[in-house]
Design a protein around this ligand. Structure first.
Ligand code: HEC
Length: 497
């Protein structure tokens, strides 16, 4: 690693440790938890009751509070503006690749390095689209529909948890280490039930994020795909889907083969970076013919296109490095972005450890408009106090696999139109966050991977998913981001009887 980048890592990591120790910093970016006024984490019993009684309104109100807290101004100023709280958090590489033990002895950062601070934005194609077994069974999907990039972020409490060794089965294990997880997995007595072989749960204030970004050119109007339901897609398998059936998955209907990923959406919004405050309206023919449609291949008619200024979305200008990272993850090697172009936030997955199986909510840009058929969610209950541009996002929330406790009742459906519509995710438009994340386990058997159908909940004692493995508290990040993981892991083997 080059010295400058090593120092930057050190500054960021030590900054996070100082923040956790409650020490003030003169400048730079300090990871900051959601301020207490938002009431996150809330009362565990109260929130669990929302899930158990399937009180969708209460779950949604709670999810909006989380969103308000995540997007509130932090104390960190970057390029003249306060960063939202979530932007101050550390991302995967900082948390997993360079845990502080190896880098930070005293955590005294020379003042001259403060200027090196910048928000943690690790542009990659969401790994979710190409995850393990999913590829073998799903419809072949684009690796990176519409050139989306995404990454993961972790709140300060979870980072501290991940950097602390945990006592289990008579020894201490660090969950950012592949060796430690391998050793932990070997300590379970043969008699351990699969549902009991798991890491120690993360603290109740833990929050994980997956922000998803698209690109908008500095000078050319750039089309961003606009969700109008699964039928507003060029995927022929979506033409005859019945949204009511999709909202209520059951054994009566087959898993859906419709994959309306954003490149197939027939609607788009032309986003103008040069007139940031321009109001939403229909696009003109001249605007449409001059627009960059590279991320919205399915949007072929001006009658399906709207126009808006870039302030409708959360956005920031790309550095040269970010533009290169973005270009590196384009499907067909398009070099669309350069320094000074913008990234816009189109979607964000959020989960909080306020309840045992986590709360799950996901937000996507709907330009302040309605989502057709409220599928998979809508803007209902959005607080009037929510500041722009965050009030232009719609949302769904689901805090359990099923509508009744104990895996009884109907399956809940909640997904993000920008993400789980991918061809890499089986039955994604009927999916449930808890069900898929519930299968996250270290050393998962080859029969594991994504659920093939969301007609029924996952059983945490299932041999298919959990034989001889250690469940990672619904976290895919903990399942597979360890820096010291071997390039060619040994073949899966089971020594437990
Ligand atoms: C089909 C499986 C699947 C479904 C359904 C799914 N996810 Fe994920 N999710 C993943 C995988 C795999 C990762 C890790 C790789 C990545 O980030 O792309 C992940 C990552 C995340 C992360 C980053 C932290 C972590 O655990 O790695 C969050 C937050 C998240 N998902 C939230 C959600 C929410 C909220 C929903 C429902 C709206 C959801 N997910 C639905 C598979 C899924």
């Amino acid at each position: 690693m080059k010295l400058a980048s090593k120092l930057r890592q050190l500054a960021l990591i030590c900054g996070a440790m100082l923040a956790q120790a409650g020490l003030a910093q003169a400048a730079g970016i300090t990871p900051e938890p959601i301020p207490p006024r938002y009431g996150i984490p809330g009362d565990q019993k109260v929130i669990q009751a929302y899930a158990d009684t399937n009180d969708v309104g209460a779950m949604r109100n709670h999810a909006w509070r989380i969103w308000e807290g995540l997007t509130a101004d932090s104390k960190s100023i970057y390029e003249g503006k306060a960063l939202p709280i979530w932007e101050t958090w550390l991302a995967t590489n900082q948390v997993f690749t360079n845990p502080p033990q190896s880098l930070c002895e005293t955590c005294e950062i020379p003042a001259s390095y403060q200027a090196l601070y910048e928000p943690a934005r690790e542009f990659k194609a969401p790994h979710q689209f190409s995850h393990g077994a999913a590829l073998l069974i799903a419809k072949p999907g684009k690796q990176n529909p519409g050139g989306l990039v995404g990454f993961n972020k972790f709140d300060p409490a979870e980072v501290k948890f991940l950097w602390t060794p945990h006592q289990q089965n008579g020894a201490a294990f660090n969950y950012t280490s592949y060796t430690d997880l391998t050793n932990l997995n070997a300590t379970w007595p043969d008699s351990t039930k699969m549902q009991d072989a798991k890491i120690i749960g993360t603290p109740r204030s833990s929050i994980e994020l997956k922000p998803v970004l698209s690109f908008v050119a500095a000078k050319t109007l750039t089309a961003i795909p606009y969700w109008q339901g699964p039928q507003a897609s060029t995927d022929a398998a979506c033409a005859n889907v019945n949204v009511e059936h999709l909202k209520h998955p059951s054994g009566r209907y087959n898993p859906s083969n419709c994959h309306p990923d954003p490149t197939t959406w027939t609607n788009c919004i032309l986003v103008d970076a040069a007139n940031p405050t321009a109001a939403l309206r229909a696009a003109t023919a001249a605007e449409f013919s001059g627009a960059n449609l590279s991320q919205a291949a399915g949007c072929t008619s001006v009658s399906n296109a709207q126009y808006v200024g870039i302030d409708s979305l959360y956005h920031f200008k790309m550095t040269a490095k970010e533009a290169t990272d973005f270009n590196n993850f384009q499907d067909n090697g398009q070099k669309v972005a350069s320094a000074g172009d913008s990234m816009v936030l189109v979607a964000m997955h959020v989960n909080t450890k306020e309840i045992t199986d986590w709360t799950w909510e996901t937000f996507w840009w709907q330009a302040g408009q309605k989502t057709p058929d409220n599928y998979p969610g809508d803007g209902a209950g959005r607080p009037k106090t929510l500041a722009a541009p965050w009030n232009n996002y719609n949302m769904c929330a689901s805090y359990s696999q099923t509508t009744k406790p104990g895996n009884k009742g109907e399956m809940n459906v909640c997904f993000n139109p920008y993400l789980e519509t991918s061809g890499g995710i089986p039955d994604g438009i009927r999916s449930n966050c808890t069900t898929c994340h519930g299968t996250a386990a270290f050393n998962q058997p080859p029969t594991g991977g994504y659920p093939l159908s969301y007609a029924q909940p996952v059983d945490f004692n299932s041999v298919q998913y959990f034989l001889c493995s250690t469940q990672t508290d619904f976290s895919y990040a903990i399942q597979g981001n360890q820096a010291n993981a071997p390039a060619n892991p040994p073949a899966w083997a089971c020594n437990r009887k």
